[in-house]
Design a protein around this ligand. Structure first.
Ligand SMILES: C[S@@+](CC[C@H](N)C(=O)[O-])C[C@H]1O[C@@H](n2cnc3c(N)ncnc32)[C@H](O)[C@@H]1O
Length: 312
């Protein structure tokens, strides 16, 4: 302590200021260490980026990989996408019933009209035996909302995947206790850590809401988002979902850190709807949050129009 006080006097710094600086340095170092361990940054940086500004900011030496690529490149990309898809992204497990009504209604309308050619059953849906996935199901509210409010009388099955076992237990209990009672097998929850989503797919709709992002936890800022979940990692998680979605199916995403329109796969998708988002987008060029649109409305539902590259 005496040495420390002497050092402060020598540098002409108040002791409190120096302590503050040291605390900031230690916290920054700890966040950096955690980031590197949390996501294999090197690996995702070598992935196929299609966003020019992101390429520049994240990896100036990156090698562009075409969608065709060699068989080995494709296999490598598939593995990388699977790894991204099965890595913990958003940490919060917060959810709520009917959390994104504009998005759910847009998907419901699509299944009732466009996809069925405009012919409806008494429940408004002619499509039978369709599969939906709530990716990042957390405590199950989204899966229960879809099964009970939007596709209740149809033969749709709703799957809910998460990596957090505690949340999944709550989800199963809530679904079993739901009133009115849900049909047996109407919702199936599973843990994505030990079960690849392809086990139940391919799906006709995939909802990935408030999951392809970092938001709301201490230490989250544009810099930490770019380190832990760079654009390339987001593109890889989207690739994982895309590989498990039928052509003609819908991808529904609210609250991401990046724009789907910047990804390579968006050229195979048609925009169907916009929804309110509250998670800010990150600009990799300026390492800052993008200015939010005043109405908060961003693209959120897309129809898959053609398949991606052939998978091994
Ligand atoms: C904020 S909750 C979103 C819940 C719900 N989708 C909603 O929007 O209300 C995010 C959830 O995504 C889960 N999650 C994060 N990464 C995941 C991954 N790779 N696969 C499946 N779930 C994941 C988290 O464990 C958490 O429960």
């Amino acid at each position: 302590m005496v040495i420390f006080r002497g050092y402060c006097e020598l540098r002409g710094l108040p002791m409190r200021r120096l302590l503050q600086r040291m605390a900031v340095a230690v916290i920054t170092f700890a966040i950096g260490l955690w980031s590197v361990n949390h996501h294999d940054v090197e690996e995702v940086l070598s992935s196929s980026l299609s966003n020019k500004t992101t390429q520049k900011s994240l990896n100036p030496n990156y090698l562009h990989q075409t969608t065709e690529g060699t068989a080995a490149q494709q296999e490598n990309r598939t593995e990388r996408q699977k790894k991204a898809g099965q890595s913990q992204i958003q940490l919060s497990h917060t959810s709520a019933m009917n959390r994104y009504p504009d998005e759910y209604s847009a998907v419901q309308t699509y299944f009732r009209t466009e996809m069925s050619g405009g012919i409806s059953d008494s429940d408004g849906t002619t499509m039978k035996n369709k599969k939906m996935l709530s990716f990042g199901a957390a405590t199950g509210e989204e899966a229960i909302t879809l099964a009970s409010m939007y596709f209740s009388n149809s033969t749709f099955t709703v799957y809910g995947v998460d990596l957090d076992e505690g949340s999944l237990e709550t989800a199963k209990t809530s679904a079993a206790a739901h009133s009115p009672k849900l049909d047996d097998g109407k919702i199936i929850f599973f843990n994505g850590q030990d079960t690849d989503i392809s086990k139940y797919g391919p799906y006709d709709a995939i909802f990935a809401n408030s999951v392809l992002c970092y938001h709301g936890t201490p230490g989250v800022n544009p810099q930490s988002i770019l380190a832990k979940y760079p654009f390339a990692a987001c593109e890889d998680s989207l690739g994982y979902l895309d590989a498990n979605l039928n052509v003609g199916g819908v991808l529904a995403i609210v609250n991401t850190n990046y724009h789907m329109s910047d990804t390579k796969l968006h050229t195979r998708y048609k925009i169907l709807a916009q929804c309110k988002n509250f998670v800010p987008k990150v600009d990799a060029e300026s390492i800052s949050y993008e200015k939010k649109k005043s109405d908060g409305m961003y693209d959120c539902v897309w129809v898959k129009q053609e398949a991606g590259e052939k998978r091994q």
